[in-house]
Ligand binder design. Structure first.
Ligand code: MTE
Length: 313
């Protein structure tokens, strides 16, 4: 590995963890109990999340409660019900964790996650998450830009795509003992999408390490795409010149494309994508209109110039 470098952060850009918690406590009315449990979980964590900067890319919308974010999940490796991941994901061992990075890179290797995180610039990114099933949340992730990691392993000029793979451990992931999906879950991005500053690898949320049900210890977050692109519990990243296989587009190519950009004008064959149900809003809350590229068009729309967005890719 290359020698360690210190992220070039001005002190004023860094939000110390305790300040963040105080701010959030006031904003969300969280209890002291919650803070205590977060701190004790943090003490056992391998990745160091003690300092991270805030980001201009964060939305100022109110984040969902930790309860919503950790109890309403899609993680088919633990079952198909929204409550299955929070009930069963504790069986996944997330420490130690290594990520194999290979394909068209100058410095392929299998790197310890804590070693990777040590070298990266951590930021809080409060992003909207829009699932293809037409529900949404706002999540305060902590992570680093995928581009920083890819640059660190030196992409070769011919690399056009990045492929991602979730861990395959049927002994720890009860859903993988069924044939529900073709395991392991795989996803992919075009190189420019992977290098876009909005694309992060998340290792935490709400100031603490990522809960298992949210894709611990490291998951992709691509906020302008439907949630299924944001692959969880990643063990393998491969740069390639061919479009990678993706789990959902193989199962149902007419319903889930490779690009899967949020688009209110292109309906899913079985439901409209024009609006979304904001989780945590209560039974009678009106649906929210869905925004093109989930509201991130100013940062990403230019990547799709010339593509017919009326077609669901
Ligand atoms: N990654 C893996 N490995 N397995 C999955 O089932 N579900 C996806 C995505 N990543 C999934 C996955 C879907 S459909 C969504 S909407 C998001 O994770 C949900 O993330 P969350 O549970 O943190 O909200």
């Amino acid at each position: 590995m290359a020698e360690k470098f210190k992220p070039d952060l001005k002190h004023s850009q860094v939000t110390p963890r305790h300040a963040w918690l105080n701010r959030r406590q006031i904003m969300a009315g969280a209890t002291g109990l919650l803070v205590g449990s977060q701190l004790s979980r943090q003490a056992a964590a391998a990745v160091d999340l003690s300092e991270y900067a805030s980001s201009v890319y964060s939305t100022d919308e109110e984040p969902n409660k930790l309860e919503d974010i950790t109890k309403y999940n899609n993680f088919y490796e633990f079952g198909t019900d929204k409550s299955d991941p929070s009930r069963h994901a504790a069986s996944l061992t997330t420490e130690p964790w290594a990520v194999e990075i290979g394909g068209m890179v100058g410095r392929p290797g299998t790197y310890d996650l804590d070693e990777i995180v040590d070298q990266m610039t951590l930021e809080e990114r409060i992003y909207r998450l829009r699932c293809v099933e037409a529900w949404s949340m706002v999540v305060p992730w902590i992570g680093f830009e995928l581009s920083e990691l890819l640059n660190w392993v030196e992409p070769q000029p011919g690399a056009k795509y990045v492929a991602f793979e979730t861990v395959y451990r049927p002994d720890e992931m009860r859903g993988q003992r069924t044939g529900f999906l073709d395991w392991p879950y795989v996803e992919g991005l075009r190189m420019d999408e992977a290098m876009n500053p909005l694309t992060i690898l998340s290792v935490g949320l709400y100031g603490d390490v990522l809960p298992n049900q949210n894709g611990a210890p490291v998951r992709l977050v691509v906020p302008w795409k439907y949630g299924f692109k944001s692959i969880k519990s990643i063990v393998k990243i491969t740069l390639t010149d061919a479009q990678p296989r993706t789990t959902w587009s193989e199962i149902a190519p007419h319903e889930y494309g490779f690009y899967a950009n949020v688009n209110p004008e292109v309906s899913h064959p079985r439901w409209s994508q024009a609006s979304e149900r904001a989780i945590g809003g209560g039974l009678f809350a009106p649906r929210k209109p869905t925004r093109m590229f989930n509201g991130y068009g100013e940062y990403v729309a230019q990547m799709y110039d010339g593509m017919d967005l009326a077609v669901a890719y």
